[in-house]
Ligand binder design. Structure first.
Ligand SMILES: O=P(O)(O)OC[C@H](O)CO
Ligand SMILES: [Mg+2]
Length: 260
């Protein structure tokens, strides 16, 4: 079993739940790319304030936000947006690559016998496409809770996915206070807090800093010495940062309670 961190007044972190898109897999860029293309048709631009509202959510929930907030709902329904988006995403998802540090994080947790699982808003058919090149690594998960799971009545920021994930561990249900969640999306961080879990946010640096208020701990490229990737122009976390974060999970948990 795990090597729990003793945390005064909070119990111990014994289990870890990982988000997938934008945390383990570099797939958020696909959604961004496709949504930019669709909005360009309406002479509009897709910005990170809209991205922040959509990411992490179930597809139909994100789609409603997209057409309404961008002011195109009279011309394009949420359902038609999903159909149009799907055709492009189907080609992109099989090329999904791991986020920097994701492999080390997963292997580190597995080697330490810390039970790990995924709670993602992604539906099963997309999950299969995104992970098809990474089956060995993803096989280290104890279980995976996807957005179309019958127990996930509401997507993030509702706690359904994280609570279902905590129930399905071998020794489950695991007390939320003993769970550490890793998330990249504002809605996902809120979902973890709504589930009364501890959460480390690994935000894309293009997200507004106001989204960092809710998490118990932030890992940013600034704090962790991130580097600029010339090929995609985005800031990447160095490979050590997530592993180091897990090794510090006692410290992370101790910060819980200071953030309400
Ligand atoms: O970030 P995830 O893994 O919950 O996935 C959510 C959507 O599929 C993409 O925003
Ligand atoms: Mg995510």
């Amino acid at each position: 079993m795990s090597t729990p961190a003793d945390v005064a007044g909070r119990g111990s972190i014994t289990h870890v739940i990982l988000d997938m898109d934008g945390l383990l897999l570099d797939t958020e860029k696909f959604y961004t790319e496709v949504q930019e293309i669709i909005l360009a048709r309406f002479n509009k631009t897709f910005d990170w304030s809209l991205k922040a509202k959509m990411m992490g959510r179930k597809a139909i929930e994100a789609a409603r936000i997209f057409v309404e907030e961008s002011g195109i709902s009279d011309s394009l329904s949420a359902e038609d947006f999903l159909v149009e988006r799907e055709a492009m995403l189907q080609d992109l998802f099989p090329t999904s690559e791991l986020m920097p540090g994701a492999s080390r994080l997963i292997k580190h947790l597995h080697a330490k016998n810390i039970p790990i699982c995924i709670a993602t808003g992604t539906h099963t058919r997309h999950y299969e496409l995104k992970t098809q090149r990474h089956k060995e690594l993803f096989s280290l998960m104890h279980h995976v809770v996807r957005g179309d799971d019958p127990e996930v009545k509401q997507g993030k920021p509702a706690p359904d996915g994280f609570l279902a994930a905590a129930r399905r561990f071998k020794d489950g249900p695991v007390d939320p206070q003993n769970v550490l969640v890793f998330e990249d999306a504002p809605s996902g961080v809120l979902a973890a807090k709504n589930a009364k879990m501890n959460v480390v946010m690994v935000p894309d640096p293009r997200l507004d800093i106001s989204h960092q208020d809710v998490a118990d701990q932030i890992l940013t490229s600034h704090q962790e010495g991130g580097q600029r990737d010339a090929s995609c122009g985005c800031t990447l976390l160095p490979s050590f940062s997530r592993t180091e974060a897990v090794e510090r999970y006692k410290e992370v948990s101790q910060s819980v309670g200071t953030h309400g």
